[in-house]
Design a binder for this molecule. Structure first.
Ligand code: ATP
Ligand code: MG
Length: 579
């Protein structure tokens, strides 16, 4: 694509970025230095200690969390309060029988008690396993059983779903209900947060906690198939802290907001561990997406660093740039995106709406932290996911698992093990875990290319790449081209089997407000893509649809578009967003 490089993010640079010279830092990088920087006492290598207690000792009154409820109430919590509450919960969990590495599932709304409880579980030696609260009962039971869970922490509004499946979870010991607003009425066989917390000490001594002890289990988004339970260890915090400092560019005075739900890895790695290990104030919003509300949050809480996702950006684009411009969101200095490729249009729209280009970065549940990024000090090439994080060797490899050195050649995106936040297991699925390692590489399952200056460009999921008349086409490039057209709000592109070409490129398009489907518009869109991409890559078929099927974490599910097109079974749809 012929977008011009966007020059440095000048507002971010009003603060000296935590690093300004990628080449130099790459040369000098050592994970040991990060550990020295963190200065963790022996046997206290615990994510909760590093995120909470360390700051409670040094800056007890600093705000850890600004919480805004869905109906607009605002509450502030200091690091000291956080420490005390999480200590109490740790004591409560030990009291009810939690043993080291027991899996504690979280199936809750985004309320302060969720965060206290998560850190309490980590302090007590348990593994926290967050789930997205919009799941139905079956996906919860399925994941819980696969991980042989012991406890479920939930909220009153979700309790029905858990009670419905209680009998289907043989390893379940207790259900704990947390609530924010009111005392919960007593229900038989359910433990209540306020009751189990009563009389608990605010002191808790983290018992011997080691780097390689299990800490978090996250289920992947299920974009390509059955979600996998990727398990991480406390040492992951080294990566969260380092990427928080150098990619999120967190400074002590920042007010940071990550819009992801903790049910997905972005909501924990970057909604909890990265900001809090850096001692930064984090905004947590209980409610869901709404352009007006989201801008209100940035304005009210003076958010300076904002981490969100392409679907949200596309929805904000749909709502227009007049609103953010008129609100004058001057506190914002730096915006990032993750979860899917960010279309070049999105990067550029950031400049129009906020006077800030949006910085894309790439990683996965399995990698645990950001692997490739556009850094605040680096020029952005819109559509590129940026350059590898220091200390991480990312490569494009061929089908024989050999690195492709020549630039601009497509191949599999691979990473050389190991790094601190790398997953250590797919829980109870060793075979699948091993299948992700080939030769000296961890295979990400994505395809990409690298340009001569070292920028990486996402092509598509390995499963999604289209082979049309011997030519490989990545859906992302076609989708991004379609989105450039004003009529197109979102696009999902698949390969449709064809007797002559093997596959043809087929696009599913949802239209922007004010546009109606028509043959004329279809011809226009195909023409637009032909001009931009050439006839081999442009879609041959376009189908207009109301909305694209997406995961609850906001990713386009191309496998569903394909299954529906071919009349095949849809496979696992537990993470499919409601229509
Ligand atoms: P599953 O593995 O269950 O199919 P998933 O891969 O969507 O689900 P996640 O770990 O949440 O689960 O997502 C990671 C994937 O999301 C990456 O492998 C990549 O395909 C995509 N992704 C994330 N960020 C980006 C980005 N900035 N650019 C391109 N793709 C991205
Ligand atoms: Mg994946």
């Amino acid at each position: 694509m012929d977008y011009q490089e966007i020059v440095k993010n000048t507002k971010a640079l009003k603060i000296e970025p935590n690093f300004s010279n990628l080449k130099k830092i790459n040369r000098e990088w050592s994970w040991d230095n990060i550990e020295t920087d963190l200065d963790i006492p022996e046997k206290k290598f615990n994510q909760a200690y590093i995120c909470v207690d360390r700051h409670a000792e040094k800056t007890p009154n600093k705000l850890a969390m600004i919480w805004e409820s869905a109906d607009g109430n605002i509450e502030n919590y200091s690091f000291l309060q956080f420490k005390n509450e999480s200590n109490k919960f740790a004591n409560a969990m030990i009291n009810i029988g939690l043993k080291k590495s027991d899996r504690v599932f979280f199936f809750t709304d985004r309320i302060p008690e969720l965060y206290f409880a998560c850190f309490g579980v980590l302090k007590a030696g348990g593994i926290m396993a967050p789930l997205f609260s919009a799941f139905g009962p079956e996906p919860v039971a399925e994941r819980f059983n696969r991980a042989e869970g012991s406890y479920i922490v939930t909220t009153p509004n979700l309790l029905n779903k858990i009670e419905a499946i209680r009998d289907q979870m043989p390893t379940l010991k207790e259900i704990i209900v947390i609530s924010h607003r009111s005392e919960i009425k007593h229900i038989k066989n359910i433990l209540h947060y306020h009751e189990i917390m009563k009389g608990q000490s605010e002191k808790f001594e983290i018992s011997e906690s080691k780097k390689e002890d299990w800490s978090v289990m996250h289920f992947t988004s299920g974009t390509t198939g059955l979600p996998k339970g990727a398990a991480h260890v406390h040492n992951a915090l080294i990566s969260h802290y380092a990427t928080g400092k150098y990619v999120l560019d967190l400074h002590p005075e920042d007010i940071y907001w990550c819009t992801a739900d903790p049910g997905w890895v972005t909501g924990t790695s970057y909604g909890m561990f990265a900001p809090w290990s850096n001692g930064v104030t984090s905004v947590i919003y209980e409610g869901g997406f709404s352009a007006k509300k989201w801008y209100g949050i940035i304005k009210r809480h003076k958010v300076s660093v904002w981490y969100t996702a392409p679907t949200a950006i596309r929805l904000l684009m749909k709502a227009g740039s007049t609103l953010p411009q008129s609100l004058n969101l001057e506190s914002l200095r730096y915006i990032m995106s993750v979860g899917e490729p960010l279309n070049p249009e999105g990067v550029i729209w950031g400049e129009e709406a906020f006077n800030l280009a949006i910085h894309d970065n790439w990683w996965q549940t399995e990698t645990g932290s950001i692997m490739v990024a556009n850094y605040p000090s680096m020029n952005i090439r819109p559509g590129s996911m940026g350059k590898p994080f220091p200390g991480i060797k990312v490569a494009i490899i061929d089908d024989n698992f050999k690195e492709i050195i020549e630039p601009d050649i497509e191949g599999q995106l691979a990473i050389k093990p190991t790094w601190p936040s790398m997953f250590k297991a797919y829980w109870n699925d060793e075979e699948r875990y091993q299948s992700r390692f080939k030769g000296e590489w961890y295979i990400t399952g994505d395809r990409a290319k690298k340009d001569k200056d070292g920028y990486f460009w996402f092509i598509g999921r390995d499963d999604d790449v289209i082979n049309t008349a011997g030519h490989l086409v990545g859906p992302f490039e076609v989708e991004s081209t379609l989105i450039e057209h004003p009529a197109v709000a979102e696009a999902g592109v698949i390969g449709k089997p064809d007797p002559v070409a093997m596959e043809i490129v087929k696009a599913f398009v949802s239209l922007s407000h004010g546009y109606e489907p028509s043959d004329e518009l279809r011809r226009q869109l195909i023409g637009h893509c032909r001009n931009r991409l050439g006839p081999g890559t442009a879609p041959r078929e376009i189908e207009f649809i109301e909305t694209l099927p997406k995961t609850r974490s906001g990713k386009i599910m191309r496998r569903l578009l394909k299954a529906r097109e071919l009349g095949l079974p849809e496979g696992d749809t537990s993470t499919l967003e409601d229509d």
